[in-house]
Design a protein around this ligand. Structure first.
Ligand SMILES: [Zn+2]
Length: 124
């Protein structure tokens, strides 16, 4: 008997588990394939992959959340450890599929408004 392990199935299963845990623990949701909004800051743009469903005190947030990598890319500082220095809204840690690494790594999600504020600060 051979046991076949389909890596795509494993990844899909893991991503489902991560999505469920993220919602349960943090009220954040991954965006369905092809349904992410285009997020633009300055001349850079990226596609929304996570959305916040938490209530920070004034109803459901609904803001796009950016991964560390997305935030750093939009801000034009790819290798900086901390793309948003003074976030006004909670930063959420989730396991993210890192295609560069080929596995899951723990990453942070930043609210779009915080990344935008950071960008505006950098513009002076
Ligand atoms: Zn939020």
């Amino acid at each position: 008997m051979t046991i076949e392990i389909n890596i795509n199935d494993l990844i899909r299963t893991r991503m489902t588990e991560i999505a469920e845990a993220a919602w349960r623990n943090h009220r954040v949701l991954p965006t369905a394939d092809g349904e992410g909004r285009v997020l633009q800051i300055g001349s850079a743009a990226t596609v929304e992959r996570w959305v916040c469903g938490a209530d920070h005190g004034s109803g459901v947030c609904g803001e796009a959340l950016l991964t560390h990598r997305q935030a750093a890319e939009l801000l034009g500082m790819f290798n900086v450890d901390e793309p948003v220095l003074d976030p006004q809204l909670p930063v959420t840690d989730v396991d993210l599929l890192d295609e560069g690494v080929g596995g899951f790594t723990c990453g942070s999600l930043y609210h779009l408004s915080d990344v935008r504020r950071e960008f505006e600060k950098a513009q002076g």
